[in-house]
Design a protein around this ligand. Structure first.
Ligand SMILES: *Cc1c(COP(=O)(O)O)cnc(C)c1O
Length: 433
């Protein structure tokens, strides 16, 4: 059954009230403050498998998975054991370690576009570094991104940046110089004609196109048939680079990421989330001739005190090893599809207009008639209904991402019990909206 203890939040409220006097908004990352769904956020105490527990003793089935990394389930015993071993040798070397080679080899073997890789500490760092590399390699400055796609919070990408930014209703962020974003061109997702027009207007000055090959930061949105292929051709025609930001989709949509699933090989790829197994890791990689630009092999500077540290590498290695087991992605696909179809059916049975779907271990739905093909469509969803749904599910013991503009994540620890309990809770909550 869902939560054994009646829903109470005294301790969460007390801790969050104190947090607000200590940290802006009481959080270390904005979406955690529940601004878009309203109500108090809950404060976690511990996590295990498909579950999280808060400081008041409530237990929740978790579909956030620390925003993606927990694909094997939280605190997987084998990951924890590997970390305990690694810990005895120290937490950071600031010098080469063999674990970097092991994880690098695993990433290169897995991801079709990656022939060489550089480790960093977050997805944001991976994306800001890859942008510098795109510009260094092509000698061009402009970049095309899509409305609603999030590539971390570096200045150049804080234009129509989806999720966190969208949730707060900030069109862009103050503090970002216009000169910085003047080289960032935007187009609606799934709109190949708009991209063609941008290339036609700027034939010699676009370094490349960066996108989420499956969108998770404007809610869950799939690429239309032909969209990724079209971008591959256009970038080639104009001597520009194609970059897949697979920070979210890497090792989640398939072991080799969305590029393996769709059979489209970009020039460069960014990774994060899953490859860190819950520790702070990001990475960027791609064709050898492009990666040869990166210092100290080449002139493009990029560095990191804690980059490639043995603890983070160890968590990543063990997580990828677990994912290599036969049947992993078949299982994730099946269980996520069952959840997603069950949610859509439950909503429709209760008379709500919804659309959505899933791919491998990623899912989402909108309170909208659909189809949702881009960020404009997503913004048309009934956000107030989502807020009420979110709060109802929380009180029923199900932790969903606190924004309509976020995808949901499943893990290997989500089994029949969790899916059935979630659907039972959803049926009850949908009936009250
Ligand atoms: C989460 C995310 C990022 C940013 O990663 P951080 O580790 O939060 O800095 C970048 N791109 C995509 C697609 C993401 O989902």
């Amino acid at each position: 059954m869902v939560s054994a203890v009646p829903f109470k939040t005294e301790k969460s409220e007390e801790i969050f009230a104190a947090a607000q006097t200590l940290m802006p908004g009481g959080v270390s990352s904005p979406v955690r403050a529940f601004k878009s769904v309203g109500g108090q956020p809950i404060v976690f105490d511990h996590v295990y498998g498909a579950y999280v527990w808060d400081v008041d003793g409530n237990r929740y089935i978790d579909y956030v998975g620390t925003w993606g990394p927990a694909i094997c389930g939280h605190a997987h015993p084998e990951v924890i054991a590997a970390l305990e071993e690694a810990l005895k040798k120290g937490t950071s070397f600031g010098a080469p370690c063999v674990q970097e080679n092991i994880l690098a080899e695993m990433v290169i073997d897995a991801v079709p576009s990656i022939e060489m890789v550089r480790f960093v500490n977050s997805g944001t760092e991976a994306c800001m570094s890859v942008l510098r590399l795109m510009r260094a390699f092509t000698g061009r400055e402009k970049v095309i991104k899509f409305e609603g796609c999030y590539h971390g919070h570096a200045d150049m990408f804080l234009v129509k940046a989806g999720s966190g930014v969208a949730t707060l209703g900030l069109p862009d962020s103050p503090g970002v110089p216009k000169t910085t974003t003047s080289t960032t061109l935007t187009a609606p997702y799934n709109d190949l004609e708009a991209v063609k027009a941008l290339f036609a207007e700027n034939p010699d000055s676009i370094a490349g196109v960066i996108l989420e090959p499956v969108v998770g930061n404007a809610g869950f949105i799939l690429p239309d048939a032909g969209f990724l292929e079209g971008l591959r051709e256009l970038t080639q025609d104009y001597g520009a680079l194609l970059v897949f930001d697979e920070v979210m989709t890497g090792f989640r949509i398939a072991y080799g990421g969305a590029q393996a699933k769709f059979g489209i090989t970009p020039d460069l790829t960014t990774l994060g989330k899953v490859i860190g197994g819950g520790l702070p890791v990001g990475a960027y990689g791609g064709r050898k001739d492009i990666m040869a630009m990166v210092a100290p092999a080449g002139p493009m500077y990029q560095a990191g005190t804690l980059s490639g540290n043995p603890l983070a590498m160890t968590a990543g290695i063990k997580t990828l090893e677990l994912l290599q087991k036969p049947g992993t992605y078949e299982y994730l696909e099946k269980v996520t599809h069952q959840l997603s179809q069950g949610l859509l059916q439950a909503a429709k049975d209760a008379g709500h207009e919804v659309c959505g779907g899933s791919l491998s271990a990623m899912f989402g739905f909108f309170f909208a008639p659909g189809p949702v093909r881009n960020y404009e469509d997503a913004k048309g969803a009934d956000l107030s209904k989502f807020s009420r749904f979110h709060r109802g599910m929380l009180e029923a013991g199900v932790y969903l991402a606190p924004s309509q503009f976020e995808a949901g994540f499943t893990s290997l620890a989500h089994g029949q019990t969790e899916i059935e309990d979630t659907l039972a809770a959803a049926r009850r909550v949908f009936a009250t909206l």
